[in-house]
Every structure is written in C-alpha cells, then in structure tokens.
Design a protein around this ligand. Structure first.
Ligand SMILES: Cc1cc2nc3c(=O)[nH]c(=O)nc-3n(C[C@H](O)[C@H](O)[C@H](O)COP(=O)(O)O)c2cc1C
Length: 470
C-alpha cells in the first residue's frame, strides 16, 4: 500500500503539572498547574479539535522517579510527573465537548487484570463513540511495583511476555465474548440480549486466569485502537504483533529512520502489512510568526526547564542514576531494565557521544526526538522533511507552555501544512480506527491477530492464539 501523504498529529500531554520538559510548570503563562481540573482539559481538547488533530495522547507513569540520587526528593520538589492523576477519568469530559478528536490513553497493564481492564476500555469506547485508543505500557519504575506490594518490577522481557498474554485474554473478551447481534433491546419481547450469542471466555495461562462473560456489550471498535511505545528488540516484536500505532523517539533522522525500518519489517515478518501501523515520533515544536520570535520563545522557555528535574526524568526512563555523571560525560551503554530503546538511542545507535549536560537542556539533543523552532514555513518544511526522510506518519507534539504552544501550532502551522497539501482540511467520519485507517471499518483489521478471536473469524495466521490457554 503506497505511503499516505497525509501528516498526522497528536497533542501529547499528561495529567500532571509537569510532563517531558521538567520545570515548565513554573513558566508564568503555563496553565498546567491546573492539570487536575476539567476546565484545563476541556479547553485543551477544544484547541486540538480546532486544529483537526488526530488526537490527544496522554502519557501516564505508574511510580515515582526515585532513581536520580537514589531518592524521590528531586521529583517531589520539582513536580517531575508527580503529583499525577488517573488519565482515563478525564476522557469523558473531553469527549463531551468534541466530536472527532481521538484519545490515546496510556494505561499500564502490569498491575491490572484483563477482566476488569477490558470493561473499562469498552466503557471508554462507548462513551467516546469509538474514539478511544490504549497506549499499552508495562512500566519502567520499580517504585510503582513497590507501591503495589512487589519487591520490584518484572524483568524487561518478562514484562512483554505478560503483556502478550494480557492482550490475548483481552482480545477474547473484546472480540469473542459477545457476538454481533447479541444485543436485542426488545422491549416488547422483554429480551435485552440473546443468551445464545454471549459466551464465557476461558483463559488459563501462567499470568492470568479468566472464566467469564465480558461485562460490557460490544463497543464501536470492540478492541480500542492499540498504541504502543517501546522499540527495543523485544519491544518491536511485541509491537509487530499488536500495535496499530507506535509512539517512538530518535534524536536524529538516521536513528529514527532505522527504528522505523526495523518496526515495519518486523510487522511484515509477523504477517501484517508494514503500513498497517501508524508511526508517531515525539516532536518539540516552537513556532511564531517569524524565526526570530520563535528563537526568543525558545530562549524564554529554556530558562524554566529544570536541569535536576530533567535528569530525574532521564534517570527514571533509562534506569541510570545520572547524579553520578559529570555534565560533560557521555551516556554509556548498559543493559537497562527500564526503557532500553532510549539507552540504545543515546549509545549504540548514536554516532555522536550524547552528553548529560546537553540532555538536561531544552535543545535538539535534550529533545530525544525532532526539535523544530521557527516560522510556520520553517516548521512545516522541517516536519515534512522528518516525515519524508524517516517514513513516520506523524508526530506527538510535546507539551511546552499550555495553552499558548498548542494554540500557536494550530493557528500558524496547520494552515501552512494545509496549503502544502499534506494535512486534512476536515475530519473524516467514523471511529478513531477509521480515521487512522480510512476505508478499513471500525474493528481490528482481519490481518491483526486480535481479530482471530472474533466468533466465526478464520483462525489467526500468526501465532498469537495460544490454544494452551483455552
Ligand atoms: C516514546 C515513548 C513513550 C513512552 N511513554 C510511556 C508512558 O507514558 N508511560 C509508561 O509507563 N511507559 C512509557 N514508555 C515506556 C514503554 O512503554 C516501555 O515500557 C519501555 O519503553 C520499555 O520498552 P523498550 O525497552 O522496548 O523501549 C514510553 C516509551 C517510549 C519509547
């Protein structure tokens, strides 16, 4: 399938005062200290829909950043993704004030049970009328596991093994428990559902056991649109099976292009069309009517980015305590139990040393992914170049200062991209999945392994279906 010309964007945020640029909450014009109010999110969603953005992508972290200096103090003092709030709970309010905007919600499965979790996302899919996506993560902070009563989190690859199993159980619930046409809502006949079309799921596996009927009736997409983030070797294998959209990083075009190539070929090896996965790179975009004004904004924001806070984030993400590093020291490769792909991007994949001092700044290196500053024409040109040279489909726009940064992108960059014919001028109808994959229908595509659990569907060609679990 030819690569679509259309560029796609998600507004990337988190239910916390501070997100990926620590310290920006202290900027006098930033509204993110109101992260725990509906007004903040309702405004944000309206702006994203005004820009015809594909969605809002909500990160989430389960745990506290306590790797830096082996203490949570920096994270606590500088609001490093703490305090944070439960992201699923704000989706309904945003869905109420929008019509087309999608919602990609990060939800960690490591401490969840598929039976409970499946109902929650079916409910979100109903309430958003098919606009929900799930960013599948397994967590990288041992502090979260300790909070849940475990000594530590699972080992890196084991987290993915459990995730494979979790998804299998969830597919059975979303796709296989209620047949199409089960729901009758027949008031005259006093029949709400045809019991012959509802089936208990029996999933017995090392990680999860389910014996029961899915609690929710089939939602518009049945299985939420599946996002994933994590591109280590094991992460790519997981993504090739399950992901419909992937969020990835890469601080240079060659690094990002390599990762994209590897993901698309892994999908092919898993029996899927390599372009049946939409790839979104993180992107930090600062735009103003002129290049000079944009650089002034960069200068202004840079003063608020907190060095220690940024290093606390990076230490948690990589599992490396950067308080032991000098600023001029380059990141050394270690086999991380946290985000391996990030460590690899800074070391094995990089032809330049990546220095700690640079990583802690609002800069191209510090951005870990595309970093674009300039006029609307500059920004449009660079984003198109990143997409063309790396084969990503779009970008997750990192939160900077809310609401002005997203407003500027919507007011200045979107019209420029439209005038260049690489961005939509209106939303398509339909669910999030139909908007991301036009002409494909609201449900998982038949080549996606999850579709094989739909009653009457042909058995999966690629080996996600583990009969041992029946
Ligand atoms: C771009 C990106 C964004 C991520 N966002 C989150 C997140 O919001 N919450 C989370 O718990 N993990 C997040 N992760 C971590 C991944 O889900 C995954 O657990 C981790 O990357 C380990 O996988 P890897 O070694 O394959 O990269 C993210 C990872 C990447 C690369």
């Amino acid at each position: 399938m030819a690569r679509p010309r259309e560029l796609r964007f998600n507004a990337f945020n988190m239910t916390a005062p501070s997100h990926n640029w620590a310290g920006l909450w202290s900027h006098p014009r930033d509204a993110s200290i109101n992260y725990n109010t509906l007004d903040y999110w309702v405004d944000y969603a309206r702006t994203a829909e005004r820009g015809l953005l594909d969605g809002i992508f909500l990160a989430d972290v389960f745990g506290v950043y306590d790797v830096y200096g082996s203490s949570p103090d920096t994270a606590v003092a500088h609001a490093v993704q703490l305090p944070n709030a439960e992201p699923t709970l704000i989706v309904s309010a945003m869905a109420l004030v929008t019509k087309h905007l999608g919602f990609g919600v990060t939800s960690n499965l490591s401490f969840e049970h598929p039976y409970q979790f499946a109902r929650r996302f079916s409910t979100l899919d109903h309430l958003t009328q098919g606009r929900i996506g799930w960013n599948i993560v397994t967590g990288y902070l041992d502090s979260g596991a300790r909070g849940m009563g475990f000594a530590a989190g699972r080992a890196h690859d084991e987290r993915y093994d459990a995730a494979d199993d979790f998804l299998t159980a969830a597919y059975k619930l979303w796709e296989g428990s209620w047949e199409d046409g089960a729901i009758r809502r027949d008031r005259q006949g006093r029949l709400f559902t045809d019991p012959a079309k509802v089936h208990a799921v029996h999933h017995h596996s090392p990680h999860y056991r389910v014996d029961g009927i899915h609690l929710a009736e089939p939602s518009p997409q049945r299985t939420p649109l599946l996002y994933q983030a994590g591109t280590s070797k094991r992460g790519r294998a997981f993504a090739a099976r399950h992901a419909e959209a992937i969020f990835l990083n890469g601080q240079t075009k060659p690094i990002l292009a390599d990762t994209v190539r590897e993901i698309r070929s892994a999908a092919k090896a898993a029996g899927r069309d390599p372009y049946d996965i939409r790839l979104f790179a993180g992107a930090t975009v600062i735009v103003a009517p002129t290049r000079a004004e944009a650089n002034d904004i960069l200068e202004d924001y840079s003063q608020y980015v907190d060095r220690d806070g940024q290093l606390a984030l990076l230490s948690g993400w990589t599992g490396i305590d950067f308080s032991t590093y000098r600023p001029d020291q380059a990141v050394q490769y270690v086999e991380s139990n946290a985000i391996q792909s990030m460590v690899e991007n800074f070391t094995l994949r990089s032809d330049q040393p990546v220095r700690i001092g640079d990583l802690a700044t609002l800069s191209r290196v510090g951005a870990r992914s595309p970093f674009v500053v300039g006029s609307p024409q500059d920004v449009a040109h660079e984003l198109i170049a990143w997409a063309d040279e790396t084969d990503v489909d779009g970008f997750n726009l990192f939160r900077l200062v809310v609401p002005e940064s997203l407003n500027a992108f919507v007011d200045l960059v979107i019209p420029e991209l439209q005038s260049r014919g690489v961005y939509k001028t209106a939303y398509r109808e339909g669910t999030l999945r139909e908007k991301l994959f036009p002409g494909r229908g609201p449900l998982l595509h038949s080549t996606h392994p999850g579709a094989s659990f739909r009653r009457g569907a042909p058995p999966a060609t690629n080996a996600v279906r583990s009969d041992a679990a029946e």
